[in-house]
Every structure is written in C-alpha cells, then in structure tokens.
Design a binder for this molecule. Structure first.
Ligand code: ADP
Ligand code: MG
Length: 456
C-alpha cells in the first residue's frame, strides 16, 4: 500500500478525525478486525451477519491506527464518516489516482478469477504485478485490491463482478482501467440479470470506461462479447479460437490429465504453452490473459512462460490424487457453462477409469433453472459419465434428465444431502475412480470434495 497519513485519509474520505493522531501513517487497510496490525486502518462495514462497528475496539487493541466509522458510532480513535463503505470507495479513488501501474480489469460471466490469476501470472515475469486476492471483485474487494498496490507496482490486475446494470459503472472511478477484459457472457446469474442481453449490457460497462489510449480485450468466440467493440473508445484486441482473432490458439490438445497444450499466436509471433489447470475452457482464459499481458507491454514469450507457471485458485478444477483415486474439486461455484466445461474435463481425464460426476444445484438461474439443470443431466449422459450423483432437491432435474436420457451403461444416483452423498461415494467408488465435485457455493459440495481428499 502507498503509505498515507491519517490526515490524507480523512480528506480523501471526507471524514473528521476524532481521538487519533492525524500524522500517524496508515500502511494497510483491513475490514476484518482479526487482520488488524499496527499501522492498519479498519473500515467498520455492515456485513451480512455482523456490523463491523462491534469489532472496532478489537481492531484498535490489535494496533489499528483508527477506525473509519459512522458519525454516531462509539469508537475511541476514529475517522468519522457518513457511510464507511462509501468512504472506502472514495479512498480507493484517491489511491488509484496516485498509482502509476497499468491497470487490467477483468469481468465476464465465467472465469473472472481464473483469468485474473492467469493474467497476473502472464505479467509477473516481466512486470512487478499485484492482483486481487481470491475472488475479491465488488465494492469491498475492488478497493482492497487497489490498496494492495504501491508506487512500484507496474501492473495491477483487478477482478470486477456485477450484480446488475449500473454496478460496474459505479466502480468506474476507482478502477479506471487501462485494459478491460471480458471473458464471456453466459447464463451465470441469469435469474438476476433477466436475459443474456442484459448481462451483456451490465458487463459491457467495463469497456465503456476506457479512454482512447485504453485497450478492450474481447472474446472473438462469443458474439455478445465481440459486439462490445461498439461500446468502447479504446483499441480492440480480440482473442479466441476464431481464425481472425488477434491473439489465438492453434493445435490445442489435452493430455491425460485434461491439461491443454497449444500454440499461442499473436501477429507473427508464436509460443508453445502447457497449462497446469485442467480443462479445455482454460485455453480461452489463457488467451484473454496473454492478450491483456501484451497490452500491458509484456512479450508474448514472457506471457507464455508465465501462463505455464500459473496455478488455479482453491476449489476451482483442483486435482487431488488420493491413493489410486482422483478427486477433481470444482466446488467453488457453478453455472451451466462452467459445469459443461468441468464435465468435459472429467471425461477427458478418465480414459478407461470409472468417472463419477457429483453435482449439486446451480444457483440464480431464475426461470432458466429447470431447463439448465435438465441440459446438464443430458450432457453427463451424452459424454458417457459412468456414475452421476445428484445432490439435493434443488438439483433434482439433473437426475431426472439423466434417467430420461437412459444413462446407457451408467447409473444415476440421487442423494438428498451432502452426508448421504459422501456415504454413497465411500461405499461405491472403485479404487481407481475419477470424481468431479461441482455445484454453486450454496450447495456446500466442497464438504464432499474435502472428505474424499482425505485418504480413508
Ligand atoms: N472460459 C470459461 N468457460 C466456462 N467455464 C469457465 C471458464 N473459465 C473458468 N470456468 C469455470 O468457471 C468456474 C468459476 O471460475 P472462476 O474463475 O472462479 O470464475 P468467476 O470468478 O467468474 O466466478 C470454475 O468452475 C471454472 O473452471
Ligand atoms: Mg470470481
């Protein structure tokens, strides 16, 4: 973080200092009192379960310089503001304006976090790079990402989520991207957006923020993303498998672990890349990352070397070999596109071994929910998954669809709870089984993956 005096903080946040030293220097920003240390500034935010103001004294005891708190709060050392969340955004704007880094912002329906991680890896070999932690991508996560950069940062990679039209625009003054990446527009959260066109409207707000010297990195294989070229003043770089794409992949092959090797091409340059993260869909994310890294001045070779070193984030296509079995933990979240991609990766890495798809429901699909779960069940059968375990009432349509489809040589099992699914798996998994575990977070299927990752 760029060190700031408390006085500068108060000015940026339009707040007043009460009981704290205006010359004290803030060296970190936290929203969790347990992470507070000397030099920290603690923002008391209203969370889903608790109000940060209740932890203000814990943060101060741990050495925090001050708490950014509501005007009326009972806090010993405070920067008093009307709304701490709004103040955090204002401070992020102030800090962002001081950064010299090339800022790459990543949005899309699927693969934001993965593309963010791949972009950071692609840049890190040649540029001092700071990237969002985990899946930090909203009005709290974006400021925290910005506070993580300092004057020496050359590339800052920000993940940007959207909860609806206008959301990304509202984050614009703090993001101010030099490079805006849109991975894809798909049915993730379609229940909230209403339609794919609305999703495109919302995600496209990111490319509208670019100035004439900015670069929009757009997916040439996704027509709704490709069309966003009309909504930006920036230079457009297209990535994808499409022959006309500026940054593209040729000769994609998957190895026995479903890890992709391909030739990365841009202009007259080419480089070979082997990804560590399984799944053919990772090629698209890697192309987006390579295009973004190039826009930030990284060489194609440097980007390719970085991509080959990249590891995935927790619970996203995470491979565990346990005894003779293989567990593919993709339980972080799920939507129809990412579930299809994961099923294909499962089948690609099973070759001869019994495949198990353990699937829970995909959330926030609204009126599309039934049809989307139905398609997943049918796809599992068509791909030849040997055992399909559907977990939870909300996912039942997957099970029904698979049964209607006939399951051919395979079997469809329904488990009402996570514990029931664990019991079935423990009793039935062959010693060489390959098991994919995937659902939306709310389904809690990571518990299944974690249970299976421990040797019996
Ligand atoms: N290009 C893609 N198309 C479809 N699914 C993808 C793509 N990239 C990643 N995924 C899958 O989407 C899920 C979520 O990935 P993540 O990177 O966390 O996305 P987000 O941050 O957008 O939620 C994972 O299962 C991942 O394997
Ligand atoms: Mg994410």
């Amino acid at each position: 973080m760029i060190p700031l005096s408390l006085k500068e903080v108060a000015e940026a946040c339009i707040g007043s200092i009460d009981g704290a030293d205006p010359d004290a220097v803030v060296t970190s920003v936290v929203t969790d009192s347990r992470a507070a240390a000397p030099g920290a500034l603690f923002f008391a935010l209203a969370g889903e379960h608790a109000d940060g103001h209740a932890f203000a004294s814990d943060a101060l005891r741990a050495g925090a310089i001050a708490v950014v708190a509501r005007t009326d709060a009972d806090v010993a050392r405070a920067v008093r503001v009307r709304d701490p969340l709004e103040a955090m955004g204002a401070l992020a704007e102030f800090v962002r304006a001081r950064l010299r880094a090339t800022t790459i912002a990543v949005t899309g329906s699927s693969g934001k976090t993965g593309t963010k991680d791949l972009t950071a890896a692609a840049c890190a070999g040649e540029r001092r790079t700071v990237a969002a932690h985990a899946s930090y991508n909203n009005e709290i996560g974006v400021p925290l990402t910005i506070f993580g950069a300092d004057e020496d940062t050359e590339v800052l990679v920000i993940e940007v989520g959207s909860r609806g039209i206008g959301h990304i625009s509202s984050l614009g003054p703090m993001i101010r991207p030099d490079v805006a990446v849109v991975t894809n527009i798909g049915p993730a959260h379609i229940g909230m957006f209403g339609s794919l066109d609305n999703t495109a409207l919302a995600k496209g707000e990111l490319v509208e923020m670019l100035g004439a010297d900015g670069t929009a990195v757009l997916n040439a294989d996704d027509e709704r993303v490709d069309a966003l070229a009309d909504r930006t003043r920036g230079h457009v770089v297209r990535f994808g498998r499409a022959a006309g794409a500026d940054v593209r992949a040729e000769d994609v092959v998957l190895d026995g672990d479903a890890r992709a090797t391909f030739t990365l091409l841009a202009g007259n340059e080419r480089a070979s890349v082997t990804l560590r993260i399984p799944g053919e869909h990772m090629v698209s994310d890697a192309l987006a990352a390579a295009a973004a890294a190039r826009a930030a001045g990284v060489s194609l070779r440097g980007a390719a070397e970085g991509l080959a070193r990249a590891h995935g984030s927790a619970w996203r296509m995470e491979l565990h070999d346990v005894g003779g079995r293989r567990i593919l933990n993709d339980a972080y979240n799920a939507n129809p596109d990412s579930t299809a991609a994961a099923l294909k990766a499962l089948v690609a890495m099973s070759h001869g071994r019994p495949s198990w798809a353990v699937l829970g429901h995909m959330a926030e699909l609204g009126a599309e929910a039934r049809a989307a779960h139905d398609r997943v069940g049918r796809l599992a059968v068509r791909l030849g998954v040997a055992h399909l375990v559907t977990v939870g009432e909300d996912a039942r349509a997957i099970h029904e669809a698979a049964r209607l489809e006939g399951m051919f040589g395979g079997e469809a099992i329904f488990a009402s709870t996570v514990d029931e699914a664990i019991a079935v798996l423990r009793a039935r998994m062959e010693p060489d089984a390959v098991v994919l575990v995937k659902a939306s977070r709310a389904a809690g299927l990571e518990r299944i993956a974690l249970a299976l990752e421990v040797p019996e």
